[in-house]
Design a binder for this molecule. Structure first.
Ligand code: CP3
Length: 359
């Protein structure tokens, strides 16, 4: 969202610039601090579980009416300040024709892991019309959301590559790191193609009307800063630069990325997502240049603490809001996604508390 960026013509949209989420993303301090939760839609909500009965996760992601309803559920129930499109980081891969599925309780699983040049050749290219159902859902959402901004998203090249190379979720990312170091040309070609795929997916959402985007590099925290800068940053930067001229906030998030915050900002983010392992004021200190406006951050309640009981939770929310005052703008969120077993009433109560404490 550089101030000089030429804003692209986008679908007619209700006047949203005063929305607390967008104001905070610009580095302002709205009277009501904005709050939303990663994975706010999904299994923590009984209305989601009811709607998903007998429907595969990825089928739901290509059904415009269903993805719209699922996206709206947490907005209605919790009164959060932003909606996040119900989709998944593997949706553009599936749309392009790759044999990939989401296995309940496990995550994305790929039929043929990509570990060599032949595997890379078999990776399909995403055409915008292959995600037209997602774009249809975005248009329905923009019409129903009123004053609430809609966040679009994509998986970053490293996190997508890890699923493709490992074949599924991985604790150590060993095949990914081995390929990166032993076949750097192959790695850069794969990551470059995943950057193109993420960019096509984000542009489809932006052209249909999303008000902000988040690049999820969930597993980037597994890398050293040196490796991140050499092998990952140029590809994530291509994605973030590729959407700069839409003039919407770009949030860049990863888990366990305390040591990578500056590098992730350098990749081109307007807002840096922070997990719970580092206090927000320390994150802001790392991200800010003396004399310049401080950074804008999003985070960082430990999702496990939603189980800890209200006195603990209330103290944590107060601490995080206080530490967030070091930032130019602070968007309250968890440090990672809502866990499926959490009591949704606790989330509603957190939203109310954040709003009360700010006013
Ligand atoms: O509310 C929101 O935040 C929007 C929805 C959203 C989903 N996936 C829905 C989903 C978002 C933003 C994602 C992104 C995503 N998907 C990431 C990056 C964010 C993160 O959590 O780090 C990653 C790594 C994935 C890959 C993935 N997809 C995993 C690890 C899983 C969980 C598997 C399981 O069953 O535990 C999925 C499936 C998934 N994506 C679900 C949801 C609601 C659960 C599937 C279900 O409800 O049946």
């Amino acid at each position: 969202m550089s101030p000089t960026a030429q804003t692209r013509p986008r679908p007619a949209r209700r006047a949203l610039s005063e929305a607390p989420f967008l104001a905070a993303a610009r580095g302002e301090r709205p009277a009501r601090p904005p709050v939303w939760f990663m994975r706010q839609a999904g299994r923590s909500l009984p209305e989601y579980r009811a709607l998903r009965q007998g429907v595969e996760m990825l089928d739901a992601c290509f059904d415009p009416e269903m993805l719209t309803e699922i996206t709206l559920q947490p907005v209605r129930r919790h009164g959060v300040d932003a909606a996040i499109l119900f989709s998944d980081i593997v949706v553009p891969l599936k749309a392009a024709g790759l044999d990939i599925d989401i296995v309940p309780g496990t995550g994305p699983v790929v039929a043929e892991p990509i570990r060599d040049a032949a595997g890379l050749r078999a990776l399909p290219v995403l055409e915008p019309d292959q995600v037209s159902k997602v774009a249809d859902g975005v248009r329905l959402l923009v019409d129903s959301l009123g004053e609430t901004p809609l966040i679009g998203f994509a998986g970053a090249p490293f996190t997508l590559a890890s699923y493709l190379i490992e074949g599924g979720p991985s604790r150590n990312h060993e095949h990914t790191k081995a390929l990166m170091h032993s076949e750097p040309e192959l790695w850069h070609e794969l990551a470059g193609r995943l950057a193109d795929l993420a960019l096509t997916f984000l542009k489809a959402q932006l052209d249909a009307g999303v008000d902000a985007v988040q690049l999820f590099d969930s597993w980037a925290g597994a890398l050293s800063e040196r490796d991140y800068r050499e092998f990952v940053l140029p590809h994530s930067a291509k994605v973030l630069a590729g959407v700069a001229d839409y003039g919407v906030p770009r949030i860049h998030f990863g888990v366990g990325t305390g040591e990578l915050l500056v590098a992730m900002r350098d990749a081109g983010a307007d807002v840096v997502g922070v997990d719970w392992r580092i206090p927000l004021d320390e994150a802001v200190r790392r991200l800010s240049t003396p004399g310049a406006k401080p950074a804008v951050v999003q985070g960082n309640l430990d999702p496990a603490l939603l189980y800890a009981g209200w006195p603990v939770l209330e103290a944590e929310v107060r601490r995080i809001l206080a530490e967030g005052r070091a930032a130019a703008g602070h968007i309250f969120n968890l440090g990672h996604g809502v866990l499926p077993g959490v009591d949704p009433d606790v989330l509603t109560r957190v939203v109310r508390l954040v709003h009360e404490l700010g006013s």
